[in-house]
Design a protein around this ligand. Structure first.
Ligand code: DI6
Ligand code: FE
Length: 407
């Protein structure tokens, strides 16, 4: 069988859903053509391939490229000073209420050009890429006006032109109240629904096609469930799937609201209750856990991992890379935190940043496992066993990356 490249003598963690655990293949072969996997499985059952390039992996492990399903990569400025204030005793919510927090990043984001936002995000993107990340979700949410939200989403799309990653963009207009709407959150939500969502929707819905999904921040310092419902109704009317920052700092029943709208994911979830878990399980909504934010804000309430598991809710992991609560650009460290802080198993951690992350983005049919027909995005690791990818802190054993986009 003719193909473009073959990798031999590899150990595979296919993460195929039908296989137990990581879907391990000890003497594995992968063959690729036109950026797609033709075959991934045992050498013994493999067809014979004719390829201009054969790569001997010398027993190294191959996983699908890692996937970060929740980031706020596009923003201006930084919040190192706020970090110092927090070290001196101020809380995240106090800083937000005093006009710092998200609003200070909004000011810096509004001042930046689209090109400057791309340039600021590229080092963060490159840090993730250096650890084998090949697919990323990027949210807007620091522009908070039509002009600056559109600019942020264009910058997010621009990242995919600068690097061979798949970028899924999310419109997060309902992230924080911009100061010009102080005291009028409903008025701002009117703007989100009447102008912003129609502008970012797909061309067949009259927009520019800048967003692949719509998100919101359902929280005391964000927006109420009634306001988020309006955002979701508008998203649905414009053909956009939804997801939600839910139950991060308190329980407003956001996850159940998201599930009611068939959300791709509900994210954070430290304060999630049984009713929210049941609603997510019923709707097939993925839980995206963000241990970096849990760690950085020194949260002590753990997300209800055991109950999520028992209900069969898929568990994904993400960096939540953002300047306020998770200045994290490492999926390897994210896995270590998920294991240490949330007690996820090694298999759950790896699935969380690969297969379940693909599910959370609605791209599992196209990537997230090593199976014929899927994008040939690979991470090749210099490790003896997959647990090393979760166990180490601040060490990067990536040997090579394979991009489907430039195969
Ligand atoms: N939840 C978070 O943790 C981030 N956004 C959100 O909705 C924080 C964003 C920031 O502080 O800049
Ligand atoms: Fe977030």
């Amino acid at each position: 069988m003719r193909c473009d490249r073959v990798w031999i003598k590899a150990r595979l963690a296919t993460l195929a859903e039908a296989a137990p655990g990581l879907g391990v293949v000890e003497d594995g072969v992968i063959a690729a053509k036109d950026g797609r996997i033709l075959y991934a499985g045992p050498a013994s059952g493999a067809p014979s391939f004719e390829a201009p390039e054969t790569i001997d992996c010398d027993g190294r492990w191959i996983t699908p490229g890692l996937i970060d399903p929740h980031t706020h990569l596009i923003f201006g400025g930084d919040r190192a000073h706020e970090f110092e204030l927090r070290l001196a005793g101020a809380s995240y919510e106090e800083i937000a209420r005093a006009g710092g927090g998200i609003v200070s990043t909004m000011k810096a984001t509004r001042e930046a050009t689209e090109d400057q936002l791309v340039a600021a995000a590229l080092p963060r993107l490159d840090a993730l890429i250096a650890e084998g990340m090949t697919t990323i979700e990027v949210k807007s949410g620091y522009g908070l006006s039509l002009e600056h939200e559109l600019k942020s989403l264009r910058a997010a799309r621009g990242l995919a032109k600068a690097r061979p990653v798949l970028v899924k963009t999310t419109f997060l207009g309902a992230h924080a109240l911009p100061p010009e709407y102080k005291g009028d959150a409903d008025g701002y939500i009117d703007l989100v629904c009447r102008e912003m969502i129609p502008a970012v929707a797909a061309p067949e819905f009259g927009g520019e096609g800048l967003a692949d999904a719509v998100d919101g921040f359902c929280e005391g310092i964000g927006f109420s469930p009634a306001q988020i419902r309006r955002v979701f109704e508008t998203a649905r009317a414009h053909g956009l799937p939804v997801k939600l920052h839910a139950e991060q700092l308190s329980n407003l029943n956001g996850a159940a609201l998201a599930a009611e709208f068939g959300a791709l994911s509900a994210d954070h979830l430290e304060h999630l209750d049984e009713a929210g878990i049941a609603a997510m399980a019923k709707a097939g909504t993925t839980a995206v856990l963000l241990p970096g934010a849990y760690y950085f804000v020194r949260e002590t309430k753990l997300p209800p991992i055991e109950a999520l598991r028992a209900a069969g809710v898929p568990l994904a992991l993400a960096t939540d890379c953002n300047p306020g609560t998770s200045p994290l650009t490492s999926l390897l460290l994210t896995m270590n935190m998920a294991a240490t802080l949330f007690r996820l198993t090694v298999d759950e951690c790896l699935a969380g940043v690969i297969r379940e992350a693909a599910r959370a983005l609605g791209v599992l049919a196209d990537r997230g496992t090593l199976e014929a027909g899927k994008a040939c995005d690979l991470a090749i690791w210099d490790v003896e066993r997959p647990a090393e990818l979760v166990y180490r802190m601040g060490f990067n054993p990536l040997h090579a990356r394979v991009w489907s986009a430039v195969s």
